[in-house]
Design a protein around this ligand. Structure first.
Ligand code: NAD
Length: 419
């Protein structure tokens, strides 16, 4: 356990034991389910533009391979460490199992601030990281995707590096690639689209008309911007948006499309719109119907949970709510409907699965087909979670995780232990 020690893995461990207690999983089975199968730590030396050599620490964790290859994003962020990557890989396992995808959970990352690198340095780092991972990944072993701080371009460099070593083009080694290099239509917006789709599903359940509802979104990168656009397209008024530099609030509504264009030009929301700037914690506690944290983990702690004024908490980010905050939300007697991360942001990995399938078959689908299959997949998972929560009298998070953990456990038990 000490290998992964740290607050994020501790959170994944705590959540798992809550579920394991609920499911009566014997103690001697728990480590096999929780501890990652494999963790890889690498040093990535690269040439910097000024002639120096800089070395960056990289990680990849494959939580389990019982149901198929490991699947998960690669994060480039300053605070990345082995424990965080391991926790994210564990959550990916429950997420893929809930969505009935043939994958185990994987995750990777490099401890770096990508905004401090030039484009050439970013390419050097992306290629070197993938090159270090080549002995451990493959289309049937571990398939990477984008996460915080990485994007389609980084995936194209990953794919090119892997392909050059194989001597053939292998698009199925990564998902979230540019469409022109074997990516799928709909992947870029898939996660945010899913967040918006499920947030509106939750509003319907609470009998709140989306066209009378407001939303606040923390994080305005891939997930947050597309969640905002998706909510706006469904008639929801987006009243708050934020990123790592600034949090903006305007009860009359903000233009999500113009904000996305501003970020594309300037790299941040700073300087956008004539809206009030608010503090980052105060921002989360502003009144709204939907609060969608779409940035980093552990932003909603017990203190913030007590102050939340939203009706729906739609978790676009992975692990935004701590177990202490979950307890506070439970005490608030279901005032707030939580769409848990492994359900809410599953649109990304579902469309990544579609991309992998299309690459393996070399047969590509229309955007309509991708989005239609995505919404049907999300609807199936939503129904399973809502029914399970009602049946067992448990929270949506517990229901979602219980379904995920049960599926992985059943596969492990039926396959037995080798040798
Ligand atoms: P991104 O790098 O595209 O965007 C991250 C955004 O969060 C940026 O706007 C950044 O400025 C902001 N941010 C960072 N730290 C912040 C802070 N302390 N406060 C407020 N904002 C902050 O990343 P992304 O791909 O949109 O991922 C965001 C979250 O969604 C992560 O938790 C990621 O694991 C999760 N997620 C992503 C995908 C995907 O398909 N990209 C899928 C599932 C889950």
């Amino acid at each position: 356990m000490t290998l992964y020690a740290g607050p994020v893995f501790e959170m994944a461990r705590q959540q798992f034991h809550i579920i394991a207690d609920h499911l009566d999983i014997p103690l001697d089975e728990r480590e096999r389910l929780l501890l990652p199968k494999r963790a890889i730590c690498v040093s990535c030396p690269i040439h910097m533009d000024d002639g120096r050599t800089a070395v960056f620490q990289g990680f990849r964790v494959q939580h389990h391979l019982t149901l198929g290859p490991a699947k998960g994003g690669t994060r480039f962020a300053p605070g990345v460490d082995l424990g965080e990557v391991a926790a994210l890989a564990v959550w990916m396992s429950w997420k893929c199992a809930l969505a009935e995808l043939p994958y185990g959970g994987g995750k990777g990352g490099v401890a770096v601030d990508p905004s401090a690198l030039s484009l050439r340095e970013l390419e050097n780092l992306s290629r070197r990281y993938m090159q270090e991972m080549i002995p451990f990944v493959g289309p049937r072993i571990d398939v990477m995707a984008p996460d915080m701080g990485t994007n389609e371009q980084v995936m194209a460099w990953f794919m090119d590096t892997y392909s050059m070593y194989q001597g053939v083009t292998v698009p199925e080694i990564v998902t979230g690639k540019p469409v022109g290099s074997g990516g799928t239509l709909g992947r870029r917006e898939a996660t945010g689209h899913g967040v918006a789709f499920l947030a509106v599903r939750a509003l319907d359940r609470l009998q709140i008309d989306p066209t009378n509802a407001s939303a606040i979104i923390q994080g305005f990168g891939n997930v947050g911007s597309h969640a905002a656009l998706g909510l706006a397209a469904r008639g929801v008024r987006v009243t708050g948006i934020s990123d790592h530099m600034i949090a903006l609030y305007d009860p009359r509504g903000l233009d999500a499309g113009a904000a996305a264009a501003h970020v594309a030009r300037h790299g941040s929301l700073k300087g956008f719109a004539d809206a009030a700037e608010v503090g980052p914690r105060e921002f989360l506690a502003l009144p709204c119907d939907v609060l969608a944290p779409c940035a980093i983990e552990r932003v909603i702690d017990a203190e913030i949970a007590a102050l939340l004024q939203c009706r729906v908490l739609a978790e676009g980010a992975n692990g935004p709510t701590t177990p202490d905050a979950d307890e506070v939300l439970a005490q608030r007697n279901r005032e707030i409907f939580v769409v848990p991360d492994i359900l809410c942001n599953a649109g990304g990995v579902i469309v990544s699965y579609f991309e992998w399938v299309q690459d393996l078959q070399q047969y590509f689908w229309s955007r309509e087909e991708v989005m239609d299959r995505l919404e049907r997949a999300l609807e199936r998972s939503w129904n399973k979670v809502v029914e399970r929560a009602e049946r067992d009298g448990i929270s949506g998070r517990m229901a979602a995780m219980a379904i995920g953990v049960e599926r992985v456990r059943a596969a492990k038990l039926s396959r037995g232990l080798f040798p």
